[in-house]
Structures are given as C-alpha cells and as structure tokens.
Design a protein around this ligand. Structure first.
Ligand code: ARG
Ligand code: ZN
Length: 875
C-alpha cells in the first residue's frame, strides 16, 4: 500500500478523551480503552468509525457502555469498523484487547525489555495496543490507570501528572496518571517495572517547580548523573534561547536496554535507549557523553517542537524532527565549541545524508509518498531537515528567526501543523517571501554549485560566477531552481578581510550571497588586491561545491579565515584532493606522492597553539575511506581507496612525528576525569597523535602502553582501536582485546564497543571473525544495540571488510537481514540501508551486491519495511 500526501483529509470523528486501564499480567495483559468521540461537522450520521489495529485481539466492544452486538461491527487484527453509531454525534466506545508483551519482538507497541514493560508508539505502535484513530492529527486528553504486581512492577508510570495510587488484592497495586495536554497517540507511553531512580528538581523561569526523575536498572543510578545534568541545562537553555518553559509538574526519563532507536519524546515520559543515558568515566567515551547531552536535549526540546505543536500527518515528520535537531545542534554549540560542533555536524551530514540523497533512497525532507513510514526516519528528514531550518536562520538573521519561531508557537500551539504553516510563520513575522526557499523541503538531491572566479587587477575587481544544478533523483527528473544562501569571506594576501567598496550582481547581504537563479554573478570592486574567496562559510548551505581553487588558496584559507569552520573545510578539501589522487594512483598500481604543501598545512594547524585542541584533532583527521568513496562517486574499489589513503597517512605520519610526540606528551589529562569539552578535546588530539605515532613507528607498543595505563574509556577505546585496526593479529592487539573482554564482559553497553572495534577492522578476514563473535555470549540477535554494534558496524563502518571482492559480505548481510526481519522488521530494514550505494561500486562487486539484494527481494514473507527498502534500492 502506498500513501499519498494529496489524499489527506481529517477524520470523520474526533477523539476528545481517552480513559485507559492496563491490567499488566504477563501473557494475559488486558487493555481497556474508553474513548469519547465526536462526529465532526458535516459528516453524515451513517458514517462508520474505522479504527486502526495491528495484530490485535479484541476481547469486547461497548458503545455508550452497552455491549455491542456482533452485527454492529467487523473486526480483523488490523481494523475495527463500527456501524450504526448514535445519531446525536457524541458517544463513547470502549475497546478491550488482550496482549502478550513478552512475545512482542518488534519492540513496537507494548513490550517487555529485561522484564520491564515499556511502550514505543511512534509512528504507528499505538495500534498494536488498542484499536484507535492512530494518526498524529487526532489529539486527545488521556487518563491512564495501570494495575500490576507489586513485586514485579513497583513502578507504574505513564504520561502527565500522577493523580492517584493504591493497593489492590493479591499483592497488586495501581496508579493513575492524567495528562492535561491533548496529544496524538504516538506520544502515549507506559512503563512498569522494578527500576532505580535518580531524583532532582528544576525551577522554571516563572518559578514553578518540576520534579525530575531518571529511571535506570538498579545499581546503575550513578551512571545517570550526567544525563540529569544535561537535562537541567536543556531546560534552562530552552527558556533562555527560545523562551519556552516546561508545562507539567514532573518530567521523567526511563532507560531501557532493548530499543529500536535512540530515544522517544513521549509527553512527560521520555523513553531512552540506555546507551544514551548511562555514562561514567570507566565505561563511557567523550563521544558517548556528547551524544547523551545532545539526545537528552533533543527529546526534551520536542516538548514544544513536536508535542505542543505536532505534525498533521507523517509526511510532515521533518516539521518536528528537522526543527528539533536544529535546536539540539544549537544547544550543543552553546555548551561546547561552536566550530568543532559544526565540523562534527557537517562530517555526519556528508557521511549519511549526502549518500542517501545521491542514491536510490533519495527523498525530499517533506516527501509526498511513502509505503512504510518507519523507513522515513532518515538522515534527510533529520539532518537535512535541520540544515533547512539553519538556512532560514541565515536568511532572516537571529532576530527574524526568533520572531518567526514566536509566531509559530503563538499560532499553532495545541495543533497538528504542516511545513507550510511553519514557513508561513517566518514569512508573516518578517515580511519575507520564502516561496522559492521552501523548495528545499520539497525537492530531493544535493545541489551542486559550480564556481569560478576572475580577478581583474586593473580595476581591482573580483567576478564570481555561480551556477546551480541538482541531479535527477528517483521520481524527480526536472529540478527547480533553489534559493541557496552562501556565506563567504574575501581574504587578502596578509590574511585580513577585504571590504569591497562596491558590490553588484546577485543579492549580497552582509556576508551572504543569495543564489536564486540558475546562473548568477557577483562583482566585488575596490578590494585592495586579489582576494581569496572562502565560500560556504559555516557550511551555510548543504551543497556540493565544485570550485577549482588552487592548493595555495586552500592553504591560505586554512591559515587565515576568521571562521574556524571554514579553516577546517579548506584543509579538508585540500586533503580530499590528495586522497582522491592517491586512490586513483593506487588503483592503477602506481606510487602515491603527497603534496608537501598539505603536510605543511597539517603541521601548521597541529602546532598552532592559538587553536583549541578539539579543533586541531579535527584538522588532523583526514577524510575517511567512505568520504573518499563518496567523492569518487562511481566505479569504487574500496581496496584501492584504502591503499592510497594508507600511503598518504604514512607520509603524513613520518613528517608529523616530532609534532605528534610533543602533542602526545602535552595533551595528557592527568588527574580526575572530567567529561568537559576542553578535556575531551585534549584526549581527542592525543589519540590522533598516538595514531600517527603508531603508524610512523610501525609498532603497537606505544598504543598498548596507553591501553594498559588508561583510567578512562575514551583513552582505552581509542588505543584499542589503533591496536585492532593498525596491528590486527599482533600479540599486542590480541592481548588488549582479551583484557578488555575480561574486564567488561558483564557490561553489554561496553562490550558493544569491543564488538564494533573488531567489526570495523579492515580486510577480508573480518567477516569470519564477525561470524565467530555472533556465536559468543556477548551477542544476541534479539537486542538492537548488539546487532547494530556488530553487524551494523561491519556493514556500514568497514569498507574493505564488508565490500570483500568475492561478495561474501553482501551475502552475509542478506542472511542477517532475513533472519532479523522475522522478528524485528524495523531493525532489519535499517540494517539493509547499508547497501544503498551499491550502484557506485566497480562492476564485480556491483554484481555480487545485486545478487544479494535480489535474493532478499525474492524471499517469502518479507515485512513491508524490508520489502520497501529492497525494492527502492534495486529500482
Ligand atoms: N521521535 C523520535 C526522536 O527522534 C524517534 C522515533 C523513531 N521512530 C521510528 N519509528 N523510527 O526523537
Ligand atoms: Zn526527534
């Protein structure tokens, strides 16, 4: 079945209140849901009520509290249709269903994780609990009563505020929760189990006190302290930056160990993958801390952008996701180093969203058709969606952006809105026409901007010629001309910024060029000498830049830009060129030589003490093998890319040795571990230094020394990775892997790191090793974190291992996707997206990939999730 945006119409009935009772009793769990409904104006009185279900078992049905006769309704596991409804238009329907949460392996709806009852309803999981109008534009006020065994489920939680609790017969008890804010069913949540709690209080700007609670497995309370701190900072930040306060008496977060995604923003009761809550120095890396901070903030920020204002339909998903990612990006930028955060965002965008946009799964941030909504929780909806919001802020400026946001909240609070509503708020608040800009929401594909510059000495003027294009994407061959905001700088020879006396051509506002036609030029006059153009500062637009800038100009930008992100961008671009050449040379069996100017630029950045360590670490981290493959675009041989890149790394490592030695010593962080951004930056720079030194010395001993002495997981994991990836099979690598397993064997979240590091070890032998790891006690096909840590890391983080020349990697992935699909379709479909770039492989590998995909496509009983991905991937 295919869903189209153009088919949208409101429901015939509104659901005004829902009163639910959950009788939790293992395989005999019962759910009673009483809805009060209202027929909407203009709907004929004979219109039936058609409720969504998914694999449901109906126990009984009542209308206005009277048992419904069989001829009044038709029921299947996925639909309940009720006829002959009361003519007066307001009535109640009571649906009773029976569930077996432990048998729910899809982890959608009500399921059990480690004995804890929990729910995941976005996007369409509520219909696996009860028959309902399970769509985001049906907003109701919920009251939820939960009954459960006192010993198994001392904790009974749902959305909103607690109103009542008490004892029942037979060692049972109950609790009642009421959520005064009307919400769609996807924001419903229930958690019941035996968990430990961390408590705190937050006082809002207007002086209301909010109880904060984070629930984790008993004994892990101390590991929730950082998440609590991040939550309080998020609440404060949303008040300071957007003027948004929390709106209930209590805010709760529960960490569960079986979860399909990162986390979920259920009203007042966020449910998290425990990976994004639990952290302490011994078990979490700096990256884990940063992720926890970002995801805690993301889910909290959804309270306004997602919950108070939700989506009219699932085509509008990026209305809440793109905007909320933008908000969490800004939060992290304020908490940490803004340029370093921006570098990380752009690396992620290019690594995940650009390939999606360039391949068979490309879609606009606001799609108009889907067959499985779960497959649209993508990098495009989230990350590109965020970039689109960032561009609005760039075009309108900070003040205009805030005005637009304020108007959006004022107009749509309590509603289910659309992208059009969102854009209109900015237009009306600032009097700006964003019609052309809005194409970003509706058109797939990464635009390319081709640039050429011409400096005329006699008139001291620089002409910049710009041309935009977007390659065809599935279902969209003709592309519209977009509004692309390009931040820029003009750097003079001494590094200072030129201030042109006159600018003509395309519209330029401050440091932004607005490209709004296919071809446009800008002429800058009276510059005071030939400037170097630094374009797309801060990655102001998510585009591919085609600009034949000389290496000398790139090095000039890397040295003098006032925008630190642009410095990194220039250096990265310079390195990319060298790496692309190296890949081609090694493909042809030729020797790789490295431009000494690149090495000089890297050394200059590494030793520039005015730059923060975290930035220097980024500057020294060359583009990955996957980055190089993406830039090559076609006929990819991952082995040649790796050989070329290794040769470049070796040359850089030799030249960098003295600087790396110095950094290795200077960047040590003795004393008590602190996860703050500055200390994390030092650890990151020291790890990069260690990696270059290990290459230069061709000896694992230094890394083993770091591993043995490490008093925190960041240092330990980076040393282990160096050992396992640069010295596979060495005695030192084997020893460290065994030590790690011995020490953390009882802690699955930490063992995930051990699994991933091994899964990403380059080379054709890794596949057998991965298969071996699947047989150990550390792995379970039923746990999404384990699957992603081992199989996911192998398929999307190991270019040479996964893309083995004989195609065995693809065959293995096909086997796993089919096995997982039988129990958890969402997880299987997500794993399969690692095949999305198969058409850019060289011919031999491409045919192996096609065969594996065809085998999946031909399998019987595929879920709609996997069948949707495999069909589009092969199309
Ligand atoms: N809304 C959640 C978040 O971004 C993610 C939910 C993902 N749901 C899904 N069906 N994949 O915070
Ligand atoms: Zn989200």
């Amino acid at each position: 079945q295919v869903f189209h945006l153009s088919d949208y119409r409101p429901t015939d009935f509104a659901i005004e209140t829902v009163s639910m009772t959950f009788r939790l009793a293992g395989a005999d769990t019962e759910v009673v849901s009483q809805m009060t409904l209202r027929r909407r104006d203009g709907v004929p009185t004979d219109a039936p009520l058609v409720l969504d279900g998914d694999a449901l078992q109906l126990v009984s049905l009542a209308i206005d509290n009277e048992t419904a006769e069989g001829q009044r309704y038709e029921v299947t596991p996925d639909r309940l249709t009720i006829h002959d409804l009361p003519a007066d238009g307001t009535f109640s329907v009571t649906v009773t269903t029976k569930l077996d949460p432990a048998a729910n392996t899809q982890l959608m709806g009500l399921y059990r994780s480690n004995g804890v009852y929990c729910t995941q309803c976005e996007a369409e999981g509520f219909r696996r609990i009860t028959y309902f109008l399970d769509r985001p534009d049906v907003l109701a006020v919920y009251t939820v009563r939960i009954e459960g065994d006192r010993s198994e489920t001392p904790l009974l939680l749902s959305n909103g505020n607690p109103v009542e609790a008490g004892a029942l017969d037979g060692n049972r008890h109950y609790a009642v929760w009421h959520d005064p804010h009307p919400k769609p069913s996807y924001l419903f949540a229930l958690v019941a189990g035996d968990l430990g709690v961390v408590d705190d209080v937050f006082t809002t700007a207007s002086g209301r006190s909010v109880d904060l609670k984070i629930y984790v497995e008993h004994g892990k309370e101390a590991r929730a302290a950082y998440a609590m701190d991040a939550l309080k900072r998020s609440m404060k930040w949303d008040e300071d930056v957007f003027g948004l306060e929390y709106d209930l008496d209590i805010f709760q977060i529960v960490a569960v160990s079986d979860f399909n995604m990162g986390a979920m923003e259920n009203k007042g009761l966020n449910v998290f993958n425990d990976k994004y809550v639990l952290a302490d120095p011994e078990t979490a890396t700096d990256a884990d801390y940063a992720n926890i901070e970002a995801i805690i903030a993301h889910e909290y920020f959804h309270n306004w952008t997602g919950n108070r204002i939700t989506c009219r339909d699932w085509f509008q998903l990026c209305l809440k996701e793109g905007l909320t990612v933008y908000r969490d990006h800004e939060f992290s930028a304020d908490m940490r180093s803004r340029p370093v955060k921006r570098i990380a965002e752009v690396r992620l965008l290019k690594a995940h969203q650009f390939p999606e946009d360039a391949g068979p799964l490309a879609h606009p941030p606001r799609p108009v058709t889907y067959s499985e909504i779960n497959n649209f929780y993508t990098a495009t909806v989230y990350e590109k969606g965020s970039e689109v919001v960032r561009m609005i802020a760039t075009i309108l400026g900070a003040e205009g952006f805030r005005k637009g946001m304020d108007l959006y909240f004022e107009r749509h609070d309590g509603e289910a809105a659309t992208i059009e509503d969102f854009v209109k708020s900015f237009e009306d608040a600032t009097g700006t026409d964003l019609a052309q800009f809005a194409i970003w929401y509706h058109q797939a594909g990464t635009p390319t901007v081709s640039v050429s510059v011409n400096y005329d000495q006699r008139s001291d003027s620089l002409t910049v010629d710009l041309e935009q294009s977007v390659a065809a994407t599935p279902g969209e061959s003709a592309k519209k001309i977009m509004h692309i905001p390009l931040r820029f700088g003009l750097l003079l020879e001494d590094g200072s910024e030129a201030e042109p006396a006159e600018v003509s051509g395309a519209r330029v506002d401050g440091d932004v060029i607005h490209l709004t036609e296919r071809r446009q030029s800008v002429v800058f006059k009276s510059l005071g000498g030939r400037p170097v153009l630094s374009l797309n500062r801060g990655f102001s637009a998510p585009i591919n830049l085609s600009f034949e800038q000389s290496s000398a100009d790139l090095a000039h930008i890397a040295k003098h830009e006032s925008d630190a992100f642009a410095r990194w961008q220039a250096l990265n671009e310079f390195a990319m060129r060298i790496l692309l050449d190296a890949a081609k040379l090694s493909r042809d069996g030729r020797t790789v030589a490295v431009d000494p100017d690149l090495i000089a630029a890297l050394i200059a950045s590494a030793s520039d003490e005015t730059l923060e360590p975290a930035f220097r670490a980024q500057a020294l981290s060359l583009p990955s093998e996957a980055d190089i493959a993406r830039e090559l675009g076609s006929n990819i041989d991952p082995d040649a890319i790796k050989r070329g890149r290794d040769a470049v790394l070796a040359a850089v490592a030799q030249a960098l040795k003295p600087v790396a030695e110095k950094l290795f010593d200077e960047m040590a962080t003795p004393g008590l571990f602190s996860p703050d951004a500055i200390s994390a930056g030092k650890r990151a720079l020291r790890a990069v230094a260690l990696s270059y030194l290990s290459i230069a010395e061709a000896d694992p001993k230094r890394a083993l020394g770091v591993f043995d002495e490490a008093d925190n997981m960041t240092d330990m994991a980076s040393a282990l990775q160096i050992l396992a990836h640069l010295f596979p099979g060495s005695a030192e690598a084997t020893q460290a892997l065994a030590a790690f397993e011995g020490r953390f064997g009882g802690d699955p979240l930490v063992i995930d790191k051990w699994l991933s590091i091994q899964a990403m070890a380059p080379g054709a032998d890794t596949l057998d090793h991965v298969k071996g790891l699947m047989e150990t006690r550390h792995f379970a096909l039923s746990n999404p974190n384990r699957v992603r840590a081992l199989i996911g890391a192998f398929a999307s983080g190991n270019p040479t291992g996964f893309n083995r020349e004989d195609g065995a990697g693809y065959g293995f992935l096909a086997d796993q996707v089919l096995a997982i699909d039988a129990r958890n379709p969402q997880l299987a479909a997500r794993l399969l997206t690692s095949m999305r770039s198969w058409r850019s492989l060289e011919a031999g590998r491409r045919e192996h990939a096609r065969a594996a995909l065809s085998r999946i496509a031909a399998a019987e009983g595929l879920s709609t999730d996997v069948s949707d991905i495999v069909k589009r991937t092969l199309a």
